[in-house]
Design a protein around this ligand. Structure first.
Ligand SMILES: NC(=O)C1=CN([C@@H]2O[C@H](COP(=O)(O)OP(=O)(O)OC[C@H]3O[C@@H](n4cnc5c(N)ncnc54)[C@H](OP(=O)(O)O)[C@@H]3O)[C@@H](O)[C@H]2O)C=CC1
Ligand SMILES: N[C@@H](CC=O)C(=O)O
Length: 365
């Protein structure tokens, strides 16, 4: 039995709880050796020696993290989880740097880590290397973070398999942001009618954006994904030295809150409409792309124009498209599909948890 403790039951974390609870109740999947035993948000926490019942998970806000739950304390949370004994995984569903910096400690205590949080894998290189070292020890705990790139799409597992089997990566290029994909697929099309700010509002309401949509529009979310891809391909990419095109209007970069930013964005609709008109006049559309050069290990993140017959131009909704050009795949291996949203991201995390179970043979309770 793999005991699972979820840090950050927000949009994605709640989606995961829902999927795990539905799974536990389904006779089709009887015997899945995964049980949720811990939950913590920024205010409250609970760790239980026996798995939370599916009914309690369905109303975790009141039944598990209600007013009688203990105050949140991450150190105690990890202590209590480790004290339960047996295989256990912490699932970090926050976007916190501070929580990402705790992974080495958790791994050192034998706790597996599964996460959609990009910070540990795209930030400080020393932290990334320490995590790989701890997770690489034979028989030791593992780290899975498939959902950090492409949400539930098999992007990192595909790249990892290509690298491990000795293929030579020439280039990984694509549209890696569900938010920016949705924005430009909707806003930059010959028959489009939506304003740019309206598209951003819909992307936010649909759960595609980061908690602050500026983290998508400033290119940093894509830059983090490019850094992760580069590192998984074996290069020491550094987020700080990546070329990143920030499309947040300069005067809105410093405004205090995401709400204030959203309220002011319509003032810049004319600017984005002009960029779009220029692209369309040249027979192309705007797309926000990331790229890792497999030979040099350099990456780039930019707003580019693509002709209407290019595969990137015909993308729909929040789909991501990732093209791996390698020695074996000179005509690229392409992964495409929904790249953001609670359900697909939770699926990516859930399938990583199943990999942990398979790898460590976590049998029935
Ligand atoms: N949305 C998507 O499509 C995708 C998201 N991701 C990643 O998934 C992660 C989660 O995103 P999302 O669900 O949208 O984020 P949310 O903002 O909805 O949820 C974040 C959660 O983290 C909790 N939290 C924040 N700080 C702490 C802390 N110090 N201790 C404990 N809990 C804390 C929050 O608690 P509280 O509610 O109490 O503040 C909240 O429950 C992010 O890293 C994101 O980049 C990855 C792929 C796709
Ligand atoms: N905000 C991100 C969420 C997933 O990583 C995106 O839009 O792709």
């Amino acid at each position: 039995m793999l005991r699972v403790a979820i840090v950050g039951p927000g949009l994605v974390g709640s989606g995961l709880i829902e999927q795990l609870a539905a799974h536990a109740q389904s006779p089709r999947f009887a015997g899945l050796p995964i049980a949720v035993v811990g939950l913590i948000n920024s205010k409250k926490m609970a760790v239980s020696a026996t798995p939370f019942a599916a009914g309690d998970l369905g109303d975790w806000q009141t039944r598990i993290l209600g007013s009688s739950a203990a105050d949140a304390d991450l150190a105690q949370f990890a202590d209590r989880l480790a004290a339960l004994g047996g295989p256990a995984a912490v699932v970090d569903c926050t976007s916190s740097d501070a929580i990402a910096s705790l992974y080495p400690e958790w791994l050192s205590r034998g706790l597996h880590v599964v996460t959609p949080n990009k910070k540990a894998f795209s930030g400080d290189l020393a932290l990334f290397r320490r995590i790989q070292e701890l997770a690489g020890a034979p028989g030791g705990p593992s780290v899975y973070h498939e959902a950090t790139v492409g949400a539930g799409l098999p992007v990192l597992s595909t790249l990892g398999d290509l690298v491990r089997t000795g293929d030579r990566i020439v280039k990984v290029e694509g549209i890696f942001s569900g938010t920016l994909s949705y924005l430009f697929n909707t806003f930059s099309a010959p028959d489009a009618t939506q304003t740019f700010s309206k598209c951003v509002a819909v992307a936010k309401a649909s759960g595609y954006t980061e908690p602050d949509p500026r983290d998508d529009l400033n290119g940093m979310d894509v830059a983090r994904k490019v850094t992760i891809l580069g590192r998984v391909a074996g290069h020491a990419l550094d987020l700080a030295t990546l070329e990143v095109e920030n499309i947040v209007p300069e005067v809105l970069r410093g405004v205090a809150s995401a709400d204030e930013f959203m309220a002011s964005l319509p003032d810049f609709d004319a600017h984005f409409a002009q960029l779009n008109r220029e692209a369309l006049a040249a027979g192309s559309v705007l797309r926000y792309v990331g790229m890792v050069d497999g030979a040099t290990g350099r990456g780039s993140v930019r707003l580019a124009r693509y002709p209407l017959d290019h595969p990137f131009a015909s993308l729909k909704g929040s789909d991501n498209i990732i093209a791996f050009t390698t020695e074996r795949f000179p005509s690229p291996l392409i992964v495409q599909g929904a790249g953001a949203g609670a359900a697909v991201t939770a699926f990516g995390i859930f399938s990583d948890l199943i990999k942990v179970c398979e790898r460590f043979g976590a049998g029935a309770a």
